[in-house]
Design a protein around this ligand. Structure first.
Ligand SMILES: [Zn+2]
Length: 87
């Protein structure tokens, strides 16, 4: 296992372009705006306010990691997780 990307680098990327991301309303994960379900908790409600996303990105950079985020689990070309289709 290699460290993919530095957390600060991720946070900087997100805070420079917060409108491309959104926050999971349930677990607070920062996810790509194109996803329909949170990769961490499978919630489907999101906070799309760019200023909230930017704040969360900064928190992500400075706070110790308490949970595994989807950035750490990002599969490369594999769809290992099952998606429930109960919209
Ligand atoms: Zn979530």
């Amino acid at each position: 296992m290699e460290m993919k990307t530095n957390r600060l680098e991720i946070a900087t990327t997100i805070s420079n372009d917060p409108s491309s991301y959104k926050l999971c309303a349930v677990c607070g994960s920062i996810v790509d705006k194109t996803v329909t379900n949170c990769p961490d908790c499978y919630a489907y409600r999101f906070d799309v306010d760019a200023s909230h996303v930017a704040d969360a990105a900064l928190d992500y950079a400075v706070k110790p990691q308490q949970t595994v985020s989807h950035f750490d689990l990002m599969p490369e070309g594999s769809e290992a997780m099952e998606q429930d289709e109960e919209a």
